[in-house]
Design a protein around this ligand. Structure first.
Ligand SMILES: Nc1ncnc2c1ncn2[C@@H]1O[C@H](COP(=O)(O)OP(=O)(O)OP(=O)(O)O)[C@@H](O)[C@H]1O
Length: 265
């Protein structure tokens, strides 16, 4: 296993209380890790510390061999891309301008144009390229942000061997087709060697797409393993406080067979 991101003893406090208890976690190249847990469990906090958006109160985050604390911002931007829960922009950028933010400084104009075209197509937002980002629906904005991070990964992949992708509730406002398209794209990136971490609330999607589930409860990792070992009736009760049988999950609105790595976007 090649660890792309290794966190050791990371913790965080806010407003005088511990919101992330000391945690060890490594993200491997080629693995799609899904973080699940109730509201307020610390999932976004964990993601933001791993993505080096927030410095931990204790512990270290290392990308490859390099502690993020010693990494210049341009190197971090090449190593990892982050899709936040939602992103409002203060200026009326067009969709193409938003995606171009992720392509800054990469290659020549023709290469940047090609990356832009591929990123827009992969997120199914090519038809919105000239639109003002601020006027888009929530789901459309989320797909544009996904295109931006895909562009950033394309640029990063030109200079770095191992990349990480962080997705904070990436499908929260997407329709079903785009939920599946985004997650299949994330799987494909993992298949190409990217270490992907995604926060999801839908346990069906978590089980269908995650190689590994990390379960957060009250600011700590409660369980960590394959979907088959982690998702149990006891976990649904102890973490989510619901009396449901995992065996009943296929009775929920749609059931996904485990997708192949080559699924359509
Ligand atoms: N800056 C802050 N100041 C005070 N409390 C904070 C701060 N940031 C996060 N918290 C608290 O830390 C806890 C964990 O927040 P976090 O956003 O990580 O949860 P989450 O698991 O991602 O939740 P959700 O599923 O609702 O998105 C919450 O109780 C939140 O209120």
């Amino acid at each position: 296993m090649t660890a792309v991101v290794t966190a050791t003893g990371i913790s965080l406090e806010a407003a005088g209380r511990t919101i992330l208890a000391p945690t060890d976690l490594a993200l491997a190249a080629g693995e799609l890790t899904v973080v699940i847990g109730p509201n307020g469990a610390g999932k976004s906090t964990l993601l933001r510390v791993l993505a080096a958006e927030v410095a931990p109160a204790s512990g270290t985050v290392v990308y490859g061999e390099t502690p993020v604390a010693a990494m210049p911002p341009w190197r971090l931007a090449a190593k990892r891309a982050v899709l936040p829960q939602s992103a409002q922009l203060a200026f009326p950028f067009t969709v193409a301008e938003v995606v171009r933010l992720g392509l800054d400084g990469a290659g020549n104009a023709a290469e940047r144009m090609d990356m832009m075209r591929r990123a827009l197509a992969a997120a199914d937002v090519a038809h919105l390229a000239g639109r003002n980002y601020q006027t888009l629906s929530g789901g459309e904005q989320q797909r544009v942000q996904f295109a931006r991070v895909l562009g950033q990964l394309m640029v990063g992949g030109r200079r770095e061997k191992h990349l990480a992708l962080f997705l904070d509730e990436p499908v929260a406002s997407l329709d079903l087709r785009h939920q599946l398209g985004l997650l299949e794209h994330a799987r494909r990136l993992a298949g190409e060697g990217v270490a992907v971490l995604a926060i999801l609330h839908d346990l069906n999607l978590a089980a269908a797409y995650g190689d590994r589930l990390v379960v957060m409860k009250a600011g700590a990792v409660f369980a960590d393993g394959s979907p088959e070992t982690v998702l149990t009736d006891a976990l649904l009760r102890d973490v989510f406080d619901v009396r449901l049988s995992v065996g009943a999950v296929p009775a929920t609105p749609f059931v996904l067979p485990r997708p192949s790595a080559g699924g359509a976007a």
